[in-house]
Design a protein around this ligand. Structure first.
Ligand code: ADP
Length: 419
């Protein structure tokens, strides 16, 4: 059959999250880091190209996304899926809008959908407004995100501010009625000149009703939620063999650079359970001492006793204090660099089961580790599967956790799931 779905994800954890949903719906999936130079070797149903374009300048994000599109088209992809975060993470310049439009232009298509709805992680869209759990996006903690603060929950407005094309809404009245009503609503919107339609969805059933409508649409843009309804369009059904990974071995560690609300809780829960954890203070990085060497001097003697955690995770006030001293971008980049170097040092020490918390942080770690391809395994918590990298001299299991994903005991749960 060849490659069915070609996916472009704007960050590394987001790519894994999408791959996870596709695997659960029965697709065999490989995730590649950046646009590969060579052709696809494995026989799979979907490929997810993981970019690190969420917070880069729009022109850079567009360039990367179009390169990914060309590579996916060369592999024979029948449909393109642009994946972004389920909290619609973007800066005032984009990049969700600009990348969507560039892909539409390249695919010569005049209509696509956009929805971050992902009910499994309590991201729902109603009347165009995004909810995280029971609160609106703008009250969810995302308004304090270090790189992409989201102060408006109205996605039609947010998307329109980033888009030249007209943005409309396929609202719940249509979605609740089913595929025919959704098709009619799309026809209506297209007649009104709408190019991008936000889609309401509150439950997985909503997304499953949306699925068949998307068959044959050249471009779909969404968080990973919409993926649950797509494999069936290609005649695929869930199957346990889609998620099989080699057995795990080696030492265990967590590296966390996410400052999201959920990660703060997960770090605390790991500490409360009595496990070894080392807090990094970015303000100290400036003062001479090598933070990687210090972290490893701390970690090395502890690794044999069970999982260790190295984290820069902090509450919003502490993050703001660091940013005030160093600048937002410089602080983010520096912390990512240090955490990635620590991840490499941990693997050099024999860690073979590595959890990374934070989307940007995961991107930095995976790049530093030289991982270019991941086979996607079974889900730990919604949005986060274990993955396996065979490319290194030593095979490595990694879990890349996006900030707000995962239950409070996620770190220990992840290692239990692998044992
Ligand atoms: P999430 O998935 O929660 O959004 P990310 O890793 O994508 O997490 O983003 C968190 C950003 O915050 C990264 O750029 C990281 O380097 C930066 N960061 C982490 N810890 C701190 C800190 N203590 N102070 C300032 N910035 C930090």
């Amino acid at each position: 059959m060849g490659l069915r779905l070609g996916c472009i994800a704007d960050d590394f954890t987001g790519a894994t999250d999408l791959a996870n949903n596709l695997v659960r719906a029965g697709m065999r999936v490989v995730q590649v880091m950046g646009v590969p130079e060579e052709s696809l070797a494995a026989e799979v149903d979907a490929v997810v190209v993981a970019l690190k374009s969420r917070t880069s300048a729009p022109q850079h994000a567009i360039g990367q996304s179009l390169a990914a599109l060309r590579w996916l088209q060369a592999q024979g992809a029948q449909q393109i899926y642009f994946k972004y975060c389920s909290t619609f993470d973007s800066t005032p310049q984009g990049n969700i809008g600009p990348v969507t439009e560039a892909l539409m232009d390249a695919l010569q298509t005049e209509f696509t959908i956009a929805t971050p709805a992902f009910p499994d992680t309590a991201r729902t869209v109603f009347k165009g407004h995004l909810f995280v759990g029971d609160v609106m996006l703008s009250e969810s903690g995302m308004q304090d995100h270090p790189l992409t603060p989201m102060g408006d929950a109205n996605l039609v407005r947010v998307m329109q501010a980033q888009t030249r094309r007209k943005v409309g809404l396929i609202d719940y009245l249509a979605v609740a009625q089913g595929s025919t009503a959704i098709r009619e609503r799309i026809a209506q919107l297209r007649a009104q000149g709408v190019g991008v339609a936000i889609v309401d969805a509150v439950t997985n059933d909503d997304l499953l009703r949306l699925g068949p409508v998307l068959a044959g649409m050249p471009l779909v843009t969404a968080s990973s939620g919409v993926a649950i309804g797509l494999p069936a369009n290609f005649g695929l059904a869930p199957s346990p063999t889609a998620s099989a990974l080699p057995p795990a071995a080696g030492l265990q560690a967590v590296v966390s650079g996410s400052c999201s609300v959920a990660t703060n809780r997960q770090v605390q829960s790991f500490i409360d359970a009595g496990h070894a954890a080392l807090a990094l203070d970015p303000l100290q990085f400036m003062h001479g001492a090598d933070p990687v060497a210090q972290a490893m001097a701390w970690a090395a003697p502890r690794l044999a006793d069970g999982p260790v955690l190295v984290y820069s995770t902090s509450e919003p006030a502490a993050v703001k204090a660091v940013q005030a001293q160093l600048g937002v971008d410089a602080a983010g980049a520096m912390v990512e660099r240090v955490l990635a170097a620590i991840a490499c040092a941990l693997v050099a020490q024999g860690v073979r089961q590595l959890v990374v918390a934070g989307g940007e942080t995961s991107g930095a770690c995976v790049q530093a580790l030289g991982i270019t391809q991941l086979q996607i395994g079974a889900q730990i918590d919604p949005g986060v599967p274990w993955c396996h990298s065979a490319a290194r001299a030593a095979p490595l299991h990694v879990a890349l956790k996006s900030g707000n994903f995962g239950s409070t005991d996620f770190f220990l749960k992840a290692f239990r799931a692998l044992s």
